[in-house]
Design a protein around this ligand. Structure first.
Ligand code: FAD
Ligand code: NAP
Length: 313
């Protein structure tokens, strides 16, 4: 092996990336992690993680992810605060190009680029992004203290966002297109229990049609329910309708599923369509999408890399 070429490069610093790094370090593979814009991944802004095994103290996402980062660094992982903009996986030695202009060569790559928030796709929503429309209550909720907000969505993320906002806002609406929820029951029960206080109101079987505003800030939305359009005055709209895998840079390079996730199962569980390239976490998973399953897949990918390098170099 040429010492100028990395044994393994990990793209992404969420639960999958850091866990892959921890395992790769212990196998003596000296991994480099390119962190991307969001060091720590999606969990970083979450106020409470209640389902990470062994942490019954419900740490916030930053604390939990920082402990994974420290663990990986203590074992020798090198973090590069940069973003991958292009990859070339056509040769045995993989080439990875960063936004800064830097370039890495590696015998193997683990893709852990996770997912990012989806939006409704309304023109008015785009117009008011950052002016009252947000996909992160923990990041932007502070600006809506004692104001009226709504959260769109019926999954766990929407309920987490709504619960967080109830601590800050005068009133929070939860708007969902159906009358049943994908969210964990414990979260649904928590939010339902706040209805009586008048702080929370559910608007169900309704879809947001337009975001209204004064040019500078959101002033409300128009939603449709029972074929009727209703104006709802609001100060902020939080969109929590799921996440899209962050795999654009792999289009035409790796085989992707219809929903954009990286196809795996080539040669081993985490193997992709390019030999020597492995994928783990939300970027390759449209079903489980949990911190712990992503971490588990990161572990598997590192073990698959170790076997690949032993057999091929
Ligand atoms: P991510 O956490 O998405 O990390 C992806 C990483 O890839 C990031 O570091 C990003 O910077 C990097 N990246 C992306 N593109 C590039 C690029 N081009 N170059 C370099 N790096 C790149 N799960 C739970 O189990 N419990 C919870 O309580 C929980 N709460 C949640 C709350 C919210 C609001 C949300 C949105 C999700 C929550 N989840 C929770 C789900 C959990 O966050 C994800 O399943 C998990 O973070 C996925 O981990 P990952 O490592 O695959 O990807
Ligand atoms: P999700 O579970 O996929 O839920 C997305 C929600 O948005 C669904 O209710 C969906 O409606 C709705 N939706 C999707 N597209 C829409 C559109 N165009 N217009 C209106 N509504 C739309 O996504 P998520 O809540 O982001 O959660 C993602 C993953 O992270 C899940 O695996 C979840 O378990 C995990 N997570 C876990 C926790 C936790 O454990 N505490 C917290 C947050 C997230 P339908 O129901 O009608 O499809």
């Amino acid at each position: 092996m040429n010492s100028d070429i990395l044994k393994v490069l990990i793209i992404g610093s969420g639960p999958a990336g850091f866990t892959a790094a921890i395992y790769a370090c212990r196998s003596g593979l000296n991994p480099v992690i390119v962190t991307g814009d969001e060091v720590g991944g999606q969990l970083i802004t979450t106020p409470e993680i209640e389902n990470w095994p062994g942490r019954d103290d419900a740490p916030d996402g930053f604390t939990l992810m920082y402990s994974l980062q420290k663990h990986a660094e203590k074992l020798g992982a090198k973090l590069v605060n940069d973003k991958v903009v292009k990859v070339d996986f056509s040769e045995r030695v993989k080439k990875v190009y960063l936004a800064s202009g830097k370039e890495y060569c590696a015998y193997s790559v683990i893709v852990c680029t996770g997912a990012r928030a989806k939006y409704l796709g309304l023109e008015s929503e785009t117009l008011y992004k950052g002016k009252g429309v947000s996909a992160c209550a923990t990041c932007d909720g502070f600006f809506f203290r004692n104001k009226i907000t709504a959260v769109v969505g019926g999954g766990s993320a929407a309920f987490v966002e709504a619960l967080y906002l109830t601590n800050l806002c005068k009133k929070v609406y939860l708007i969902h297109r159906r009358s049943s929820f994908r969210a964990e029951k414990v979260l649904v029960d928590k939010l339902l229990s706040l209805q009586e206080s008048g702080k929370v109101e559910f608007i169900l079987e309704a879809s947001v049609k337009e975001v209204t505003g004064n040019g500078n800030m959101v002033t409300g939305i128009v939603y449709e329910k029972n074929n009727e359009q209703v104006n709802l005055p609001l100060d902020g709209l939080f969109v929590a309708i799921g996440h899209q895998s962050a795999t654009e840079i792999f289009e035409g390079v790796l085989e992707l599923n219809e929903n954009g996730t990286v196809k795996t199962g080539f040669g081993c569980e985490t193997g992709t369509s390019a030999t020597g390239v492995f994928a783990a976490g939300d970027c390759a998973d449209s079903v489980y999408r949990q911190a712990i399953t992503s971490a588990g897949q990161g572990c598997k990918a590192a073990l698959d890399v170790e076997k690949y390098l032993l057999e091929n170099y």
